[in-house]
Design a protein around this ligand. Structure first.
Ligand SMILES: *Cc1c(COP(=O)(O)O)cnc(C)c1O
Length: 371
């Protein structure tokens, strides 16, 4: 059995575009025009400073963010942001920060915030088993919250918000790890956005943070967070231009290549969103037209364009589906260990052709196994 990289439907780390992989392959031996391997170039070199500048500019261009925002490349993944955000903005506060509990990853973020200060779970999907997201009539936001936090795409359950939530007078903070740069996101309506690279835009090791300068306390103001370790203080990374200690040069370079691919080959995030929409539509049509053989997990209005999560009539049939799919070269289709089932993750690099092949496989499998 041989897996095929273009048919990698993994929830993360996700597949990357082939044109990017070819450039990475070349850069492992020698970065064009530099003469050194990407794995051995100094993070203090002019070349790397130019990489940071270009990537920052590309992200600004792709999302249309102004100079009011810092664009940072940090380590520690999204998980470190679960802590860094409340350390910075909640420590010492008396009003609770507001969080949505929409699925598995919200369930990881909220306890980390509680270590730092009061948290109000504004809405929880627990009683519906995290199969849908809140409607506007179910949310009433406080004007006093230090910030409001949510996750734009719950990767495990396959739930995605298709609108911006919250009040414009309370800082909006969003974990976009699994849909960053997959669509336009009205970035300027958020005070802070974070997204690790390894779902949609690169390898593990780097996390992109967009943060509005006015959100962050000034070092000199005697704020609660003046005591933070340097590494956990956004201001350290701002002052050092994302070069506070040795950054993950390789991961950042791959994200740069992906940003060039988005700009030059795809033509921007609106185009990317169109492609992603077509991919997702194909699979959801397959689920909906399957006479209940494939059962989509998410409520229709909250379906994710990135993670298509579904069940088959029995766990045995799901195991058979996964193993037959592997035989056919499709990998990464097993659902997250927390909920089982099937998950087809169709991040940016998965082509429409790959998704068509999966849809074809699903159709054949259903015909062979439905009663
Ligand atoms: C995968 C994932 C995480 C966890 O990220 P790490 O980089 O492993 O810490 C957090 N949030 C979301 C939405 C995710 O999909």
């Amino acid at each position: 059995m041989k897996l095929r990289n273009n048919l990698n439907f993994s929830g993360g780390p996700g597949a990357l575009p082939e044109s990017v992989l070819l450039q990475v392959q070349e850069a492992i031996i020698e970065v064009p025009g530099v003469g050194l391997s990407i794995l051995g170039i100094s993070h203090r070199s002019d070349w790397f400073a130019a990489v940071i500048t270009e990537l920052e500019n590309n992200i600004r261009t792709l999302l249309g963010v102004s100079a009011d925002y810092h664009v940072l490349f940090l380590q520690g993944g999204a998980t470190q942001q679960f802590s860094m955000v409340p350390m910075t903005l909640l420590r010492g506060k008396s009003h609770p920060a507001e969080y949505l509990h929409t699925g598995y990853w919200s369930g990881k973020a909220i306890p980390e915030a509680r270590r730092e200060g009061p948290v109000h779970e504004l809405w929880s999907g627990k009683e519906n088993g995290y199969t849908r997201l809140p409607g506007d009539d179910e949310l009433s936001f406080s004007a006093d919250a230090p910030y409001f936090h949510y996750i734009s795409n719950e990767t495990v359950e396959g739930l995605q918000l298709h609108r911006v939530l919250g009040r414009d007078d309370v800082p909006r903070i969003c974990d976009m790890s699994s849909d960053f740069l997959s669509r336009p996101c009205e970035a300027e309506r958020y005070s802070l956005i974070y997204a690790h690279a390894q779902k949609n835009i690169g390898p593990a090791g780097v996390t992109v943070v967009l943060v509005r300068d006015e959100l962050l306390p000034d070092r000199t103001q005697g704020n609660a967070n003046a005591d933070l370790p340097g590494f956990l203080n956004y201001r350290s990374h701002i002052q050092a231009h994302s070069n506070f200690n040795t950054p993950p040069v390789f991961a950042i370079y791959v994200v740069l290549l992906v940003s060039r691919w988005l700009l030059n080959e795809i033509g921007g995030v609106a185009r990317m969103a169109g492609i992603n929409h077509n991919k997702a539509e194909l699979l959801y049509r397959m689920l909906d037209g399957s006479d209940d053989f494939y059962r989509g997990r998410a409520a229709v209005q909250d379906r994710s364009m990135m993670n298509v999560v579904f069940n088959l009539p029995s766990p045995e049939m799901e195991r058979r589906f996964i193993s037959d799919a592997l035989e056919a070269g499709f990998s990464g289709l097993a659902g997250h260990r927390a909920i089982g089932g099937i998950r087809a993750s169709i991040y940016n690099a998965l082509t429409l052709s790959a998704v068509e092949q999966l849809a074809g496989f699903m159709e054949d499998f259903r015909r062979a196994h439905s009663a």
